[in-house]
Design a protein around this ligand. Sequence first.
Ligand SMILES: [Zn+2]
Length: 343
Amino acid sequence: MSWGPIRGHDRVVEGLRKAASGGRFPHALLFVGPEGIGKRTFARRLAQALLCERRPEAELDPCGECPSCRQAASGDHPDLYEVARPEEKHELPIAVIRALGHDLSLKPMRGSRKVAIVDDADAMNEEAANAFLKTLEEPPEGAVLILVGTSAELQLDTIVSRCRVVRFEPLPEEDLAAILVDLGRADSADEAARLARLGEGSVSRAVGLADPALIDFRRRLVDELAAPGPLDAPDLARRLEEFIKEAGKESLPQRTRAGAIFQELARFYRAVLWQAAGLEPPAPDPIDRRAAEAVASRLEPEDVFLLAERCLEAEYHLRRRVYLPLLLDAFTRDLGRLGSGRR
Ligand SMILES: [Zn+2]
């Protein structure tokens, strides 16, 4: 059963409903889990449920028709606030959090409560996090604050201890395929199933992988890394940066593309490990097979493991907003070193 447009998170819905029907709905929630699995969409649906004027909070099921539900759906409910990291910024600035704290301290306009969604919560710097903590420590009557991030470890302990941490799991393949069809991102059920298999539970990942430019670049990159002989690391760093910047002027599409490359490479090296062990990789890409065999015949499994780890580390640094040219420089040098069997 799906919760309106929400698929794949029934367990979370049930947990929150239990809290709501028991009259213990938390005033602050921290959503964590991988990117692209629908946490923000879920937060919006939850806000609608909390603001609905027809259905009681205990049911946590917005009617979708009352004026409040309509305003929440169209994004202009006067008591629903949504803030996020500005496109051009690396961090969520303190000014945004302070303004939110001020808005929340005012009386609700429509009903009895206000709801705030803080997207990109990972991107709060320490100043912003401390400002947010002040709001958490003296929560406005009836307000519900929803932080949307990826990991509790990226938040201050003092924030985590005041929130109910809600964990979201990667989407099951079937749900992911259905979402891709809903979004019009797949032309056929077969295409949706293929992308869902490679998407490993993430909508943005699956959508990103459907990008022909990325598919092409990834294939050439994998072939290059599989080839024997030394890697020209500075040249590769330059080409990676150029390709990442072609994703768009803003930082979000660039980071999405960079993240997809790191994850794809990690997946490739994991597939090498599976293949070396004589197993079928979880999401086999038939075209990778030859490249994977070449790498497996040249490197020790330990080196391949380190390469996979290094790709995930790069992705982690990307999320921590390390300066991209620096990140790529260190990353390609390590690929060259580990790829030639030097640790
Ligand atoms: Zn309603």
